[in-house]
Every structure is written in C-alpha cells, then in structure tokens.
Design a protein around this ligand. Structure first.
Ligand SMILES: [Zn+2]
Length: 273
C-alpha cells in the first residue's frame, strides 16, 4: 500500500494512512547513544539532548529522538479535545502530558535546530527549487510540502550510484526544514496578540487572520463575523495535518537512515564513516 502524503494535491485520492503514526509505541524509541547505555526518550529530555554527532549511533539517536518528539507533540495536540456543552466550553486534556505555548515553540525550535544539524550527514539530491513565501502577507498559514517517499529501500539505485537520481523522496531535509519554519512562524503569527490563540484554535474557537493588518480575530462561532477577502479562516484540521506531516516525514526518513546505519549498509546518500 502506498502511504504517501501529498498535502497540496487534492486529487491524489488516498493521502495518508494515519495508523502509520498512531501505531508507534514509545517503547520503540530506545536507542543506544555512544555511551552504550539505554536512554529513555522523554518530552523533557529532548530539550537537553546533545545534538552533536560523532558516530553513526549518535546520528541515529538524534534522528530517533526527532521521530519520537514530533510524534509525541502531534499526539498531545490531537488528544486535546474540547466539548461544547450548551454555552459552556469545557476543555479536556485526554493526554496526561500538557504543553504550553512557550514550551511548544521551544520544542519546535529544538526540532528545527537538531534537524538542521544532522542534515549535513545526508545528500538529498532533491532538485526542486524552493520558493520562500511571505506567509504573513499571503495568509497561507500552516502550509506543508507534498511528499512522496521512495519505497525501494536499499534497492533504490540512488543509494549505489551517485550519478543516479530518484524522482521520489529520500532524505528531504530542506523540505521538512521549510515546513518546520512555516509551522513555527504560523504559530507565532497567530499568537502575536494572545499566547493562548494556538490552543484556542485547537479548542474550536474561530480564528480569522486579517491579511491587511496582520492581526488575528477570535470568535466563539462563525455567526459573529462575515468573512471577506481580507480574512483568512484558519482551519484546525490544517494545523493537525501539519503536525501529522512532520511526524510522518521524520518517521519515514528515520526508517531509511536506520536501515543503512544500523546494518552498516553503504549509501551514496549518507556521509557517515
Ligand atoms: Zn528512490
């Protein structure tokens, strides 16, 4: 089955198998760093994670943590649900773990920095040119790239021959970094006047982004405001998808890196001796 995610392509039919992410158990994410001791991966521990890499095991450890943490944050946000009981809004945290705005930004920045740091160990060979959009002016908040990962694993010719290319995705660090920076910027834009806006959005408030003056208006229901061309409705599902995509991409890239690094298989795409 094809498990690719193409968030920009509305006609692609099956987009994404959600179970890819939800089936990940925390216990899967234990790996040996160079000190050779098992380290439990935790939300809090991620902020203290050493992102410096000197061995293949270190690289897998950092990559593994990125996969774990992106999935963890995705689950915390998805498990926060709100129940509308007449006019009283009851917000229920289904997960034991909570996260506040400043922590969310801190985690996402650390994910970005760690990803940027391990990027140098991989050749992406991805030729697509990136167009950096000013999302503040376009209002295209929480936008993600389209991904279509290669399913040939170590048999893809791109791993054996540096002159070969593959039209599917392998180590797409530039794409995921772009999506991460868009996510961080989008959260910061909607939070400019109120740090709680991101969670208000998740709790089913209506957030409208005004492109002309870059401000966010918050309403408890649609009826309170007529939507005009200057107002962009921020869809909670787009926000969910953004976290889904990031978690999914780390998962796919980690799987591929693990195959080569853990079993010591040579790849032209990995620069780790
Ligand atoms: Zn390939």
């Amino acid at each position: 089955m094809d498990l690719d995610w193409c968030s920009n392509d509305d006609t692609s039919g099956i987009l994404f198998n959600d179970s890819v992410i939800t089936n990940i158990k925390d216990s899967t994410f234990k790996n040996k760093p160079s000190e050779n001791k098992l380290v439990e991966l935790t939300l809090e521990g991620f902020l203290n994670m050493n992102i410096e890499v000197s061995t293949a095991q270190d690289l897998l450890y950092v990559f593994n943590y990125l996969t774990f943490i992106s999935n963890k944050i995705r689950n915390i946000i998805r498990n926060r649900c709100s129940l509308n009981l007449s006019k009283i809004k009851v917000v229920k945290e289904l997960s034991n773990e909570k996260i506040i705005y400043s922590e969310l930004i801190q985690y996402l920045n650390k994910i970005y920095d760690s990803t940027n740091n391990i990027k140098k160990y991989f050749n992406s060979k991805y030729k697509k040119e990136f167009i950096f959009e000013n999302i503040k002016n376009t209002g295209k908040l929480f936008k993600t790239s389209s991904y279509k990962f290669c399913t040939f694993k170590d048999s893809c010719k791109i791993h054996k021959n540096k002159n070969k290319v593959c039209d599917k995705n392998h180590f797409v660090f530039d794409m995921i970094l772009l999506d991460l920076s868009n996510l961080i910027e989008s959260i910061e834009i909607i939070s400019e006047n109120d740090n709680n806006n991101f969670f208000h959005l998740i709790d089913d408030y209506v957030l409208l982004y005004n492109i002309t003056n870059n401000t966010v208006e918050k309403y408890s229901s649609y009826n309170e405001k007529d939507i005009n061309e200057n107002l962009v409705f921020i869809d909670k599902n787009t926000v969910y998808k953004c976290f889904d995509v990031i978690s999914y991409v780390f998962n796919r890239m980690y799987e591929e890196a693990y195959l080569f690094l853990n079993y010591n298989i040579f790849s032209e795409l990995i620069n780790m001796n």
